[in-house]
Design a protein around this ligand. Structure first.
Ligand code: ADP
Ligand code: MG
Length: 627
């Protein structure tokens, strides 16, 4: 009757360990997945204060017996696996038996649960992992778990949480990932009493459109291919909905959302020449594969997985996306037969027979179920975010010098920014006095990226993009500081339709955007109208500029130490700076050089981590020639 068991140490030790609950969104993910695993058809998520005050998940799933309810909070207590072998056939979202234990350790938890066959349900209150109350109760069938005051007993953790808007964005992200994987289930999300999502059960297409925005309705291309080895289905966005930053990209393997730069590469490869190189296509793809062929046990949050044979999967995914694009007449179809290379592979041709099953059991995959996966090796995702953030700073032109700047950006430690900037402020003053660019001397553009300017004591090499970013950065900064923005009223306000997540973000940024000169009003639920823009940034495509700003802004998320305003100013400077690779007229170069040396901190890019110019002085040049 009772189904939860404590895993023996031998299995518990095989399970990727690490922190499961890092922020409200991680608890949301675990609780939603538990509801799905319990066979619920209706799952309601309620949060207050972005999950900091309350996270509650109510489901109509199978509920728990009294004993199970109590046992569910023990570490390594699960009804989902029993023996080592089960790790290779996992069909549920959870299997580690750790989520509820972890939640009970960092929050005040109330559980109410009843199985359909029982007359009375069970109520349990638990705090600091200690059961405070347990009693029978009347309850609808299913389970309701509330966790209050997350990290109430770990103040350091609690203080580390980000703003409500930021944490809510993470919650929405996790919510969408689960909701997208199970379109046949009803999901709702209510935040501070307001229903943010109400997703009726339906088709995948309906779910994608409900979750990501109505504007996608006519922009999705269906994809479906099947082999004995692997099935793929889902949707890709037409090239015109590709974005400048990684946004709506979802890969699910056996209904589990995963992050895989490897598969992303395969998909992007199929879009080659259909979208600009720096754009990211939209996709929502589901791979189905024999669970024995994937290891989901390599990471505590189960978002990274390992395929037994990555190459086949790569080729298959790429071919399937190409195929879908061709069928939608988006790519030239030519004489295209899907999987031409893949069909030849043994793994595809031969069914998964007994012999193969045995060999799978002795495979590398099996063997790599080792120590490596056990220690607390979880990394904060900050690094990855930082990486993306820096992607933005890749000059648009690929050349060796821009690569060097990239490398420079990658290597700099951002914690040092402050000290670094102060130090350079002094040296910048010095530079101003010493440098003395010869007025009126001709300027030369090199590699369409650098400006070479003769100085009294040698010459100066200026990076046009970094220099322009510095100029704009200081200009916007002053505008905001002095409240001196000049807005230009638009003749026709332009409408901006946003996804729920972007809407929350924009609302959060409106006051600061206003200081810069953007006047944006909410006209309907997810629709905003841009009525005025900064006079010096008028460019005819105001909504695009805002969309781009939001996308760029998200990449600053990991930079906790900057204020919203600072982030906006940096984004705008970045967005409007002249790019490396643009040919400049003599007049433009002169203006840029003049403006640069008017700056407070002329010698550093806004991030403080790269120089805007480098001086080549006589002594140094002489030295090069051995004089
Ligand atoms: P896991 O999901 O990895 O098994 P959890 O700590 O998340 O571990 O949950 C422990 C056990 O509690 C589950 O195996 C399941 O039997 C039970 N359980 C958790 N949430 C629910 C729920 N919403 N409905 C029914 N049973 C649940
Ligand atoms: Mg679970």
């Amino acid at each position: 009757m009772d189904i939860i068991q404590l895993l023996p140490d031998s299995i518990a030790n095989q399970i990727a360990a690490g922190e499961v609950i890092q922020r409200p969104a991680s608890a949301v993910k675990e609780l939603l997945e538990n509801a799905v695993d319990a066979g619920a058809t209706e799952i309601k998520l309620i949060v207050q204060d972005a999950g900091k005050a309350l996270i509650q998940v109510i489901d109509n799933g199978k509920g728990m017996s009294e004993t199970d309810a109590r046992l569910s909070f023990e570490r390594h207590a699960t009804s989902k696996i029993q023996k080592i072998d089960d790790l290779f056939h996992i069909k549920t979202m959870g299997f580690r038996g750790e989520a509820l234990a972890s939640i009970a350790a960092v929050a005040q938890v109330e559980l109410k649960t009843r199985r359909a066959e029982d007359e009375l349900g069970t109520y349990i209150e638990i705090e600091n992992s200690i059961v405070i109350k347990q009693e029978p109760c009347a309850a609808p069938f299913g389970t309701s778990i509330s966790m209050k005051n997350l990290f109430f007993n770990v103040p350091a953790r609690r203080n580390f949480l980000k703003s409500n808007a930021a944490e809510l964005r993470h919650i929405i992200e996790e919510f969408i990932r689960v909701a997208m994987a199970f379109p046949h289930l009803f999901f709702s999300l209510t935040s501070n009493g307001q229903e943010v999502f109400h997703l009726e059960a339906g088709s995948l297409k309906q779910r994608v459109v409900q979750a990501l925005g109505n504007h996608l309705n006519a922009q999705l291309v269906a994809l479906k291919d099947e082999t004995d080895y692997i099935n793929i289905s889902g949707f890709i966005g037409k090239p015109e909905v590709s974005r400048k930053t990684r946004g709506d990209q979802y890969i699910f393997v056996n209904n589990r959302f995963i992050k895989s730069s490897y598969l992303n590469h395969a998909i992007v490869g199929a879009f080659i020449e259909l979208i600009p190189k720096e754009n990211f296509p939209l996709y929502v793809l589901f791979l189905e594969i024999d669970p024995a062929q994937v290891d989901i046990n390599v990471h505590p949050t189960k978002q990274e997985i390992k395929f037994e044979d990555e190459k086949i999967i790569y080729a298959f995914v790429k071919a399937a996306v190409k195929h879908a694009l061709a069928q939608a007449s988006i790519a030239p179809s030519l004489d295209f037969s899907l999987n031409a290379d893949i069909q030849q592979l043994d793994a595809i041709n031969k069914p998964f027979n007994k012999e193969e099953q045995e060999s799978a059991a002795t495979s590398n995959l099996f063997k790599t179920f080792t120590q490596r996966n056990q220690a607390h090796f979880i990394e904060s995702d900050n690094k990855a975010e930082l990486q993306h953030w820096q992607d933005f700073y890749t000059p648009s032109k690929e050349n060796s010098s821009s690569k060097k700047i990239d490398a420079f950006l990658q290597n700099e430690k951002h914690e040092d920014d402050f000290a670094f900037a102060q130090y350079d402020f002094l040296s910048s003053e010095k530079a101003k006095q010493e440098k003395k660019i010869i007025e009126g001397a001709p300027l030369l553009q090199v590699l369409q990226t650098y400006i070479l300017a003769p100085a009294e004591n040698g010459f100066v090499l200026i990076h046009q993009q970094l220099a322009h970013e510095r100029i704009l950065y200081e200009r916007f900064e002053q505008t905001v500081h002095r409240h001196s923005a000049i807005s230009q009223q638009l003749l026709m306000p332009s409408a901006l339709q946003l996804s729920v997540a972007d809407k929350t973000l924009l609302e959060e940024l409106l006051p600061d955007l206003k200081l810069i000169g953007y006047i944006i009003e909410k006209s309907a639920d997810n629709i905003f109208s841009v009525t005025a823009v900064p006079a010096d940034l008028l460019n005819g495509n105001e909504t695009k500029a805002i969309e781009l700003l939001l996308e760029q802004y998200k990449h600053f998320n990991s930079e906790v130490k900057f204020s919203k305003r600072e982030k906006i100013v940096r984004c705008l400077a970045r967005q409007h700076a002249v790019k490396a690779g643009r040919i400049l007229t003599e007049k433009e170069m002169r203006q840029l050089v003049e403006d640069l040396f008017q700056c407070q901190t002329s010698n550093l890019s806004p991030s403080g981590s790269s120089p805007t110019f480098i001086e080549f002085k006589e002594n140094y040049l002489d030295g090069l020639f051995g004089i």
